[in-house]
Ligand binder design. Structure first.
Ligand code: IVH
Length: 673
């Protein structure tokens, strides 16, 4: 059956529209239609393609889910070799680079294009007549591997170019990388499924891109920034590198928003310092910055050495990795009894911070990496991630290095250790009889996002448990100022403050209360879903597994944990005690009351003078709003207090509405809080 011309045209139009919206969303971070409208366009395209399969092309937006797996990657010979960069580690080395450049060119001052150096892997993408036709890894610089099917799954890489003026045939070169958040999510997933965790985002990106099954790649949170060109007709090149990147962007190809042109070497060094300061708050890992002579004519005059261009240099940040020695392995007992091995290390500087312990994740990982006490290991810390041991340097293993065995009994309470059904994790079976679990449960209960009991820190909880003043979380509300004042490092004033904090915490929300109870697998989001759905604790406690499992966002496992929790007499007792002590939340009337901020997303940055961050959060939530941690295009308001952080920049960049404290208070008043 021939495809009607009108259908053919509609399919083309849908693809063009979807590509444009992908670009607005993924590359510019500023969508012009809602998610629902976008979904409707995709649905229509999918329907038409199903009806007329002959219209499906590999560059259709519907094909991003990944092509069928292949046996191996075909080799690709690079027409223009993919070289590496020379490194500079000190200001002096950067100055020497700039001196060589200026002498070679015989000029006084050079403008440099500066960009972050992303830690991923280099890719060359060929566009022919505006369509992505091939993508290859760097390989040895001369021959790489054909990873076209995988690169097609990366949402930000355009399958067809936008705008106009692109050469008929050219290569874009850039870095494929995995943002830190996605990397952590992926590792949490692999850990839960008993698979090997990735040592760092770069390995995760490389492993994901070199998957023979593109469907797996499609599920991995990969991203891409272009930083240069390969094959490219000389006469079509603009005058400068910076202009080329601007053109890429206008064709829908993502480039780093942090790129900048600076004057001379001092400009480079200032750029370096600014980026170094922001390093830990960037959403991806950068291992340095790259300076490139901005004018192509000058780049050509400078040329190449055997391995790298003379017109560019990478100025590296201090390493995220360092070598040190494992002095001991301790076992920590978490809130739900999970036993986590932790390496105690000879203190070492990593990326500007002293590290003396690192998580080993679980005993399977210890076995896999064969970590022994006495081993010399590579440790790594990046951003806000907990330091971890990447690998053992086996050559340096002393003969008396001691292997690490999983304990058979809980090191804290002596209860039997049981394997989790999943297989990788082991757990103390002592439950709330285990002091470690009890302590962790109290700490969690008091934490900021739970009951927010200010001033109840770890040391204090230790003392309360040791002195037998507290056995469960409900006992906290029976403490007296006199009892507290007798504890170490507590005066009458701090005792009184804690009593007041406890009093204040009694007024909470159902979601916070549910989260604070520490039901397994019930995090903040799940707690909120439950609170919204049931509106009251009693209703939730009556729900059975089937009813719970039907709720979107709650799976059968979570449902089981919830029911099991409310079946435990001990838990019911504690809940009863808490309520008798006066813990309460706005009841159903409030839930039914209008929620003027319903659906609105808030992000806070900086310090508010009139209330704590937690109180602000509670007030927004009482009015139906949500508070999240990071700014995205879905954020409705960013509230900026004193000394705001990078979230404010992000908000400006995305055009999110920014409120100062006075405006925020006015909004609350207006909304009736
Ligand atoms: S320019 C001729 N710019 O760093 C080589 N490279 O150490 C041109 N990289 O293989 C490379 N960010 O994978 C350039 N903004 C950036 C970069 C960058 C990351 C990687 C790239 C390269 C490696 C060299």
């Amino acid at each position: 059956m021939a495809v009607p011309e009108a259908i053919r045209r509609r399919v083309e139009q849908l693809r063009r529209e979807i590509e444009y919206h992908n670009y607005r969303y993924y590359v510019l971070d500023s969508p012009v239609i809602s998610d629902a409208e976008y979904d409707a366009l995709m649905a229509e395209l999918r329907r038409l393609e199903e009806q007329y399969p002959e219209l499906v092309t590999p560059d259709s937006p519907t094909q991003r889910v990944g092509a069928p797996p292949s046996e191996a990657f075909a080799p690709v010979r690079h027409e223009v070799p993919m070289l590496s960069l020379d490194n500079a580690f000190t200001d002096e080395e950067v100055r020497a680079f700039d001196r060589r450049v200026r002498e070679h060119l015989g000029v006084e001052r050079v403008d440099y294009s500066c960009e972050p150096k992303l830690d991923g892997l280099a890719i060359s993408i060929l566009y022919e007549n505006g369509r992505l036709t091939r993508a290859a890894t760097r390989g040895d610089g001369f021959t790489g591997e054909d990873v076209t099917a995988n690169v097609r799954t990366i949402r930000t890489v355009p399958l067809r170019l936008l705008g106009a003026g692109w050469p008929e045939r050219f290569e874009v070169r850039g870095e494929v990388f995995m943002p830190i958040e996605g990397f952590e999510r992926l590792n949490r997933w692999t850990l839960r499924h008993g698979e090997k965790v990735f040592a760092n985002p770069r390995n995760a990106a490389a492993g994901s891109l070199r998957q023979l099954d593109p469907k797996i790649t499609a599920q991995r949170p990969l991203d891409f920034y272009a930083y240069g060109h390969g094959v490219f007709p000389r006469e079509k090149l603009p005058d400068t590198h910076h202009e080329l990147l601007d053109r890429f962007l206008s064709w829908g190809i993502p480039v780093s928003p942090l790129r900048e042109v600076v004057q001379g070497v001092e400009g480079c060094l200032r750029y370096y310092r600014r980026m170094l300061e922001r390093r830990d708050s960037l959403p991806y890992e950068a291992d340095g910055v790259v300076y490139k002579v901005n004018r192509f004519q000058w780049q050509e005059r400078l040329g190449y050495t055997a391995r790298a261009p003379r017109w560019a240099v990478a100025h590296k940040f201090p390493a995220h990795e360092a070598t040190t020695v494992v002095e001991a392995v301790e076992v920590q007992v978490g809130r739900t009894g999970i036993l986590t091995p932790v390496a105690k290390l000879r203190p070492v500087q990593v990326g500007g911070v002293t590290v003396s312990s690192a998580t080993l994740h679980n005993f399977e990982e210890v076995k896999r990496k064969d970590i022994r006490v006495g081993d010399t290991v590579i440790v790594r810390r990046a951003g806000e991630v907990i330091p971890e041991v990447v690998k053992v340097i086996v050559e340096k293993r002393p003969p008396d290095a001691k292997p690490v065995e999983p304990p058979e009994r809980c090191p804290v309470c002596g209860a039997e250790v049981v394997a989790d059904p999943g297989g990788t994790l082991i757990r103390c079976s002592g439950g709330l009889y285990c002091p470690a679990q009890r302590k962790a449960a109290i700490k969690h209960f008091a934490s900021r996002r739970a009951m927010d009991i200010q001033g109840l820190g770890e040391k204090l909880i230790d003392q309360l448990l040791e002195k037998g003043l507290v056995r469960d979380v409900a006992d906290l509300y029976h403490l007296t100022a006199e009892q507290l004042a007798r504890l170490e490092r507590m005066g009458p004033k701090s005792a009184q403050n804690l009593i007041e904090a406890l009093e204040k915490s009694k007024h909470t929300t159902l979601a916070r209360f549910l989260y604070a109870l520490g039901i397994r697998e019930v995090g903040e989001v799940t707690a909120q879903i439950l609170a919204d759905r049931f509106g009251s604790l009693e209703r939730l406690m009556e729900a059975d597994e089937a009813e719970l499992a039907r709720i979107p966002g709650i799976g059968p496992v979570v449902a089981k944990h919830i029911v099991a929790f409310f079946r435990q007499p001990h838990n019911l007792e504690v809940i009863e005690k808490l309520r008798r002590a006066g813990v309460h939340w706005e009841a159903e009337e409030k839930a039914a009351a209008p929620k003027p901020l319903a659906g609105k997303r808030f992000v806070f940055t900086g310090t508010l003078s009139s209330m704590s961050r937690e109180e602000a959060k509670r007030r927004v939530e009482d009015l139906g709003g949500h508070v999240t941690n990071s700014v995205s295009k879905k954020t409705d308001y960013v509230v900026a207090g004193e000394n705001p952080g990078s979230k404010l920049d992000k908000a400006k960049q995305l055009g999110v509405k920014i409120l100062d404290e006075a405006e925020f208070l006015a909004l609350l008043r207006q909304a009736g809080a």
